[in-house]
Design a protein around this ligand. Structure first.
Ligand code: TEU
Ligand code: CA
Length: 547
């Protein structure tokens, strides 16, 4: 039986605060800027906003390195601005989802500073400190941002663990007092009106006790050593159950786990209704073709996407709920991965939107996706701001890779493709000052103002499909029935009671034959000609006249 919930019916929009809207001309997006754009989001059909971190931070990893969990970064505004944003959202019938980063804190967090200064401090056990010698790291685990996962602190004569940047220190969830602090912090934000949380790398919080060495063979296979000791650790479910019971103790408070490496079976253990853990997860296997990584430059085969979602929709059935997303702040634009040729951009963007709004699950849009924003034509490393990109370039340089090849790899995968300013109009519209990171000028042709009211635009396609989804129980809660189709076509129905939709998608850049639907089907929307064979990347949606 399907449990209904607001977040299953919702369309969520992810905002990267630094790059969405600047209100005071300092070139940095801020909370007042977001507030000024709420009417735009409402008119698009957005039900909830997920804000990437706005907490006080030295910004080593753009806010995913938190210095103070109960303060807003000064560049973004104040707690009063935050309260105004919550009120502005709620007045418009929208909700707020905060990013919750509790696998690690900044090394500048007060807990870490006290732990560093005094080995007897109660905070020492909040982290993974290991006393030793500067030339022998405690184990062979590697960081996701290059090099060892251990940093030597001379003043403490000890190493500390960081799975991400050397300023993001992993928290020790074995410590009960730490867990209580996190529960209290979450409750503090909930009392300010927050409606839910996106939990950053939450499947990494439980590590195998003793932190044994990683298997080098697994490390070589997946590119990171040690991951088998924390991606689905021994106490993960126990910790999540505690969070649900003590921090998210309200079925309306949505908890979405960011869980790299979790497949459908483990996914079910995290999101099952009877489990008392999370409501949804983000996993990332659909973003790359098998055998590829984000830093490979290749054309994505959509046939894999069809197989992936067909499998997950069937595995999840009625008892589990999926997130549906393509873009976020950690990945290049998916539209560019599928087909980087400008003449196909609009068709691919509409095709992807159709998948997001007609499959079963909650769609998450990332800012700019609704206008079909593509990857940026960066030409040199200096234009990039992301610590991950710079660390990777340094690592490849040290291992003797040629500069041109280094840049090609970084360009394929850099997270800065999606971190450039939101394109509001032909002048940019993001700031009156100098933006903290510059785009490549494509905002002149791809922007909100140009597309608003243009019924052929990517933006209006999003608006129309969001409205269609909202009007239909079948498109939200209905079962997904995959139909037989040729390799290049993806065809499925969504059905609830007498209401039924049929979707046909051309996954290729060539015209594709289509078995015409029977007489009971009325064409609802088409991104191409709408009759005869499917145009390249065309998406068509029909409604059953019986319903
Ligand atoms: O991202 C973690 C994540 O999924 C990848 O960026 C990571 O490199 C992956 O596990 C490797 O396969 C989250 C945030 O979304 C990201 O912005 C942060 O940098 C990161 O956590 C650390 O907080
Ligand atoms: Ca600003």
């Amino acid at each position: 039986p399907l449990r209904e919930a607001w977040f299953k019916e919702a369309v969520v929009y992810q905002i990267y605060p630094r790059s969405f809207q600047d209100s005071n001309g300092d070139g940095i997006g801020d909370l007042r800027g977001i507030l000024s754009r709420l009417d735009y989001l409402k008119a698009l059909g957005v039900d909830a906003v997920w804000l990437s971190p706005i907490y006080d931070s030295p910004m080593d990893d753009m806010g995913y390195d938190i210095r103070d969990y109960r303060a807003v970064l000064a560049e973004f505004g104040t707690l009063d601005d935050f309260d105004a944003l919550v009120a502005g959202l709620h007045e418009r019938g929208m909700r707020l989802i905060m990013d919750l980063v509790v696998n690690h804190t900044s090394d500048e967090h007060e807990w870490f500073q006290q732990a560093l200064a005094d080995p007897d401090s109660p905070y020492r056990d909040y982290y993974f400190f290991r006393e030793g010698e500067p030339d022998a790291a405690p184990n062979n685990w590697t960081s996701f941002f290059s090099g060892s996962a251990w940093r030597w602190f001379e003043e403490a004569g000890a190493w500390a663990l960081h799975l991400f940047s050397s300023k993001q220190m992993d928290l020790n969830w074995e410590n009960a007092a730490l867990r209580t602090e996190i529960v209290e912090m979450v409750r503090w934000w909930r009392e300010r009106g927050v409606d839910g949380f996106r939990l950053d790398v939450i499947n990494y919080i439980s590590k195998t006790p003793g932190l044994p060495p990683g298997n080098p063979l697994i490390g070589r296979l997946i590119g990171f050593t040690g991951m088998e000791h924390y991606f689905h650790g021994p106490r993960l479910h126990e910790h999540l159950k505690q969070l649900r019971a003590e921090a998210f103790d309200d079925p309306d408070c949505v908890a979405i786990g960011e869980t790299p490496g979790i497949g459908p079976q483990m996914g079910k253990l995290l999101v099952g209704d009877d489990r008392g853990e999370l409501d949804m997860i983000f996993n990332f296997e659909h973003l790359e073709n098998p055998g590829r990584t984000r830093f490979d430059d290749y054309r994505y085969d959509l046939g894999y996407l069809k197989r992936y979602y067909t499998r997950w929709q069937a595995e999840y059935g009625d008892g589990y709920w999926m997130s549906l997303f393509f873009d976020n702040h950690d990945n290049p634009r998916f539209v560019s991965k599928v087909d980087p040729r400008p003449e196909h951009r609009v068709a691919v963007a509409k095709l992807l939107a159709t998948v997001q709004f007609t499959l079963r699950g909650t769609p998450f849009l990332y800012q700019g996706q609704e206008v079909g924003a593509a990857n940026q034509g960066f030409t040199m490393l200096d234009q990039l701001r992301d610590v991950e990109s710079h660390n990777l370039a340094a690592e490849l340089t040290a291992s003797g890779v040629a500069p041109a090849e280094i840049f090609a790899r970084v360009l394929a995968g850099t997270r800065d493709h999606t971190r450039v300013p939101m394109a509001w109009d032909a002048t940019g519209g993001f700031t009156t000052g100098v933006p903290w990171i510059a785009g490549d000028g494509s905002h002149v042709e791809v922007n909100v103002a140009l597309q608003e009211g243009d019924l052929d635009s990517v933006l209006e396609w999003h608006r129309a499909l969001i409205a269609l989804r909202r009007s239909s129980r079948a498109l939200v809660y209905g079962e997904t029935i995959t139909e037989r189709s040729s390799r290049r076509v993806w065809r499925y129905r969504r059905r609830a009671g007498a209401e039924e939709f049929l979707v046909a998608l051309n996954l290729s850049d060539r015209v594709a034959r289509l078995r015409a639907p029977g007489p009971g089907w009325m064409l609802e929307r088409a991104s191409g000609p709408g009759t005869g064979p499917l145009a390249p990347y065309e998406a068509r949606v029909w409604r059953s006249s019986a319903g």
